[in-house]
Design a protein around this ligand. Sequence first.
Ligand code: NAD
Length: 321
Amino acid sequence: MIIVPENKIADLITATDAFDAMEKLFVSMANGTAYNFPVIREAIGHADALYGFKSGFDREALQLGLKSGGYWPGNAAKGLTNHQSTVFLFDADTGKCKAVIGGNLLTALRTAAASAVATAHLARADSQVLGIVGAGHQSAFQLRANLATRNFKKVIGWNLHPEKLSRPASIAEEAGLPFESVSLETLGAQADVIITIASSFKPILLDLHIKAGTHLSCMGTDTTGKQEIDAQIAKRAKLYTDEIAQSITLGEFQHPINEKLISNDDICPIGKAIQDKKLARTSDSDITIFDGTGVGLQDLAVASQVVEKAIANNVATEIDF
Ligand code: NAD
């Protein structure tokens, strides 16, 4: 069995590797050759922790396994990351455990890559202004990955806690782009692409904020009850997701579904739009929304890449298990 600890991951995978893995995976999911198993998520009644599993099987890539982990709010005080996760890969032919891989950085990379894949396939080709709602840990990864998808000239951001916007500002600076902290009205009026990656239980962006032609990658809503955008926006947009079953229960589209503004048939798996341009944006005035809910197969795909690289680079620890 191979072990790749968290502190080795950064040297073994790039944002481009993660992008390629997500693009391929979303196609396999849309074609039905890769599928996710039901998610388990429990408040364990200890340390205020939320703990669970995300798992699945990709029959083409022969990736079988799970990501185990969750959220421990007291970790920061101990000098640890609040979100903790570990990926386990199993041999699809024998069921033997093949590898254990640190999952914290991989989660950020695969989530950012998912939104970048959506932006790459759905945003207007002439998009110039990238907007971000949210300034937490994930926001830096989201910005880096999305900046690579278009020739952006400027980054603008809004966050409930404006002092945290120094994080996205530093990523824009790293890319040689100006950054501006703006109101939600200005964000909607100026941004061609908007990433939402906050932790909110009520809509932040309202229907009146969103102009024709905008692409939104909504990445923060991954739990029942969470919400980042007004459900009404979905009514006048083309809708995409990683997995419909998750999108309508714990993703952003749970709200327009619950309010009966849209039906399941209005939501297109992003993998279909990747394969068939006619299913993506067809006009510069289309509003497109990608609901990135986060699935276990994403974790297996990037973890498999890391294991292959670790073996090739001779940095894998192998134990008889
Ligand atoms: P974080 O705790 O580092 O940052 C949270 C962000 O939300 C901050 O910008 C904070 O100011 C803002 N915020 C907090 N309360 C808010 C409120 N009531 N209204 C609006 N904004 C509020 O978290 P993170 O690690 O950056 O994760 C951001 C979100 O992304 C979380 O909701 C997380 O669950 C989600 N997430 C989704 C995926 C996925 O695959 N879709 C993967 C990882 C994380």
